[in-house]
Design a protein around this ligand. Structure first.
Ligand SMILES: *[C@@H]1O[C@H](CO)[C@@H](O)[C@H](O)[C@H]1NC(C)=O
Ligand SMILES: *[C@@H]1O[C@H](CO)[C@@H](O)[C@H](O)[C@H]1NC(C)=O
Ligand SMILES: *[C@@H]1O[C@H](CO)[C@@H](O)[C@H](O)[C@H]1NC(C)=O
Ligand SMILES: *[C@@H]1O[C@H](CO)[C@@H](O)[C@H](O)[C@H]1NC(C)=O
Length: 701
């Protein structure tokens, strides 16, 4: 801590230079400051998907008149799912000719408060910080909010504007061995979607960290090392982290569900209800007879004027969600197994009043949303679980389940959840779990896995302990394996509660009512638009302060005696590279026998690459030219075109953490580094030698 006080002194001297212009305006005019804010998410606000819907709701909250607020936001929408040519589009009318195939927004969709920003180079897969900096500069944005998975961001350089990330964490801890850690460090504010996720993020990047840098020989007082430590801490900062969930507007949702159910009980099919609600032509792509109401005794929907329906007392289990994930993160496989196990455990007399309603959003549904609702071409194949085949193989009688793959009006989706007696949603991991929340919001119990957000958010229903953890070579996170037997037991319990309530059992009814009251209160207290809106506005303010503090630290370093001579990198070596889990911004991939002749220069170089835009922005790798002891230079490439085994390479640590998730061999990692780096820079000659005899000696041991 002593070291930092030295620097605080320097900082205080510089203070006047770093009063941001915003503050000056606020002193002078004492009124609200207008900020141009960019909202970045998957696609345009009215397209299918929870991120789009949530970002849209947030945009409305930010646009609300609020005379007490310090800031006023001028809201700009950016997205990476649809490529929109460069430009500023003030309305849908401006935008429409650029996105002719996209389904139009519903009538009355509120978007007058939005300006859309196009970017022809928008990449769909990854989003580098340098790319976002370019966009912010191009369009003069003061601050940005992102809503996307962590893995979409590449932290190649510090953000040049305050960035607040609304984040679903898909793991229960943030490990410094993963690139997630570095991505999270790069934001100034993070709204974690679940309490457990926010705690994990805060533990990793929201608290002051202990940084150990060995005091170097040659730096007499050690003050250089203190500066280095200070730098690492200050440049990465302590991120402002808070739990802010997605918005669950219970009132609106229950009203929608009522509207939907009323139509489902009176019109002749689900497809007809959708068509009526959306004012679009009727689409029927394989709608099952259980969803055809008018002329079908086995229909799930449909009650007569007496309130009688042939299936109104049946136990309906709803499985609803996206099914376009090759990792089956939603756990469709285990949920189907659990339902089959539960069904097989029932007496025949009870089996006939149990039904599984699957509403599964497939990759071809998404394709048609972006293609004016046309049926996706034959070549578009499903990416998720193959329900039809699997349920056939499990031998579940065909009339016990309905597979619905249609896109529905939001009223119909809400009505499905209300009609259901239980929502089955035991995923392997959830960052938020919109379906889990919406089911509870309409009063339907859920069955989930007690892991991440699902454990936090299961109030009405059961969170089943996972069986164990599982890993898949294709994914960076471990996930929880849902327990089929445990989920089947939970179904049995909720089925028994259902039967008791249908019998009019007073105790069962009272218990459910109490649970409903508690869960409603909990939802309104934590997830309401008002609550989310006010949390966001305050976090947004703190995010901007954190940005200012990091910029000040950088400026004070630059205006002092220059970059320190230690602390910029740590060494990784070996045939299988040392696992990288440190905080230094650079990592040296070192061959056996490497000796650094002038460490101070190497460190200074590394720091200045980071602090200034010297060498261009986002430099990710530096070749450290070395010679053997006889003076011959170490080659860069091997004869076979791979990176030479003796070549020392300095790499941004975030990049190594990304690559060590894919390989452990040094040569593979070094190869990927150079492949992923456009024009790697070279440090000056004369800084390093590789002593071959040391290598030979080691090999003969
Ligand atoms: C329908 O409801 C009426 C009135 O509640 C009742 O009398 C009748 O028995 C019911 N019919 C069937 C088929 O359940
Ligand atoms: C999840 O498991 C933890 C630890 O066993 C337990 O304390 C918690 O109550 C469980 N959560 C739910 C919703 O069942
Ligand atoms: C760090 O130490 C070196 C010499 O060891 C010196 O040249 C450099 O100016 C020092 N940097 C700072 C920021 O004090
Ligand atoms: C050079 O710096 C690195 C990283 O801080 C350190 O591991 C190494 O021991 C230093 N080498 C010398 C010769 O000082």
């Amino acid at each position: 801590m002593k070291s930092i006080t030295v620097f605080q002194y320097v900082l205080s001297l510089c203070f006047f230079f770093f009063l941001s212009s915003d503050n000056i305006v606020s002193f002078a005019e004492a009124k609200r400051i207008k900020k141009k804010i960019g909202l970045l998410t998957a696609s345009l606000p009215w397209t299918f998907g929870p991120y789009q819907a949530q970002m849209h709701q947030l945009s409305l909250l930010l646009a609300e008149e609020d005379t007490d607020a310090e800031y006023e936001y001028d809201i700009h929408w950016l997205c990476f799912g649809d490529t929109i040519p460069d430009g500023v589009y003030k309305s849908y009318k401006d935008l429409q000719p650029r996105i002719p195939k996209l389904n139009p927004p519903p009538e009355d969709f509120p978007m007058d408060h939005l300006t859309f920003l196009g970017d022809s180079d928008m990449l769909t897969q990854q989003f580098s910080a340098s790319r976002m900096n370019t966009l912010a500069k191009k369009y003069g944005l003061d601050v940005m909010i992102t809503l996307m998975d962590i893995t979409k961001t590449v932290p190649d350089e510090p953000f040049n504007m305050p960035v607040l990330a609304w984040i679903p964490l898909h793991s229960d801890t943030v490990r410094p061995t993963t690139v997630d850690y570095w991505v999270l460090r790069s934001y100034h504010g993070i709204a974690g979607l679940a309490p457990s996720g926010a705690i994990a993020i805060n533990n990793a990047v929201g608290t002051d960290k202990e940084i150990n840098i060995p005091v170097q020989d040659g730096s007499s007082s050690g003050s250089n090392d203190s500066i280095a430590i200070y730098l690492i801490k200050k440049l990465s900062g302590t991120v402002e982290v808070e739990f802010i969930p997605h918005i669950i507007d219970r009132q609106t949702l229950t009203t929608k569900a009522k509207t939907g159910l009323k139509l489902l009980n009176s019109l002749s099919s689900v497809a007809e209800v959708d068509s009526k609600l959306t004012n679009q032509p009727l689409i029927n792509r394989g709608q099952e007879s259980s969803l055809e109401i008018g002329h079908n005794q086995r229909s799930i929907f449909g009650v007569d004027s007496n309130g009688n329906g042939s299936r109104k007392d049946d136990f309906i289990v709803l499985l609803q969600g996206g099914n376009y994930d090759s990792e089956d993160r939603k756990g469709w496989d285990t949920s189907l197994q659990a339902f089959v196990q539960f069904y097989n455990s029932l007496d025949e007399s009870k089996q006939s009043s149990v039904h599984l309603l699957i509403h599964s959003m497939e990759s071809y549904l998404i394709a048609s949303d972006h293609n004016l609702d046309a049926d996706a071409p034959a070549a578009v194949l499903p990416q998720g679980n193959r329900h039809h085949l699997i349920l056939h193989e499990y031998g579940l009688p065909r009339d016990v389940y309905t597979i619905d793959i249609a896109r529905h009006a939001s009223e119909v989706i809400a009505a499905y959840k209300t009609r259901a007696d239980v929502c089955l949603h035991p995923s392997k991991v959830e960052g938020f779990g919109m379906n889990v929340m919406e089911c509870q919001a309409v009063g339907t119990p859920v069955i989930t896995t007690n892991y991440t957000a699902m454990g936090d958010f299961t109030k009405l229903g059961r969170a089943v302990s996972p069986r164990q953890m599982i890993r898949n070579p294709g994914t960076i996170y471990e996930m929880a394996l849902p327990d089929v037997a445990g989920v089947a037991d939970a179904l049995t319990e909720l089925h028994e509660e259902h039967l008791a309530m249908k019998r009019g059992d007073k105790k069962a009814l009272a218990r459910r009512n109490k649970e409903l009251t508690e869960s409603n209160e909990w939802i309104d207290a934590n997830f309401s638009p008002t609550k989310v809106g006010s949390s966001f506005k305050s976090l947004l303010r703190r995010t901007q302060d954190e940005y200012t503090s990091r910029m000040d630290a950088k400026q004070s370093i630059l205006s002092s005696s220059g970059p320190p001579t230690s602390g910029s990198y740590e060494v990784a070596s070996g045939y299988h590279l040392t696992i990288v889990d440190w905080d230094t911004p650079w990592t040296l991939i070192a061959p056996d026998g490497l000796q650094i002749l002038d460490n101070a220069s190497v460190h200074r170089f590394c720091w200045s690459m980071l602090l200034t835009n010297q060498g261009g922005s986002g430099v990710t790798a530096l070749i450290l030219p070395a010679v053997y002891e006889d003076g011959t230079p170490v080659p860069i490439m091997d004869d076979d075109g791979s990176v030479h085994n003796d070549l020392p390479v300095l790499v941004r640590t975030y990049m190594i953490t990304a690559l060590q998730g894919r390989a452990s061999r040094k040569k593979s990692i070094a190869q990927m580094v150079l492949q992923n780096t456009q024009m790697p820079r070279r440090l000056p000659d004369g800084l390093a030698v590789v002593i071959r005899s040391e290598v030979a000696e080691r090999l003969t041991l």
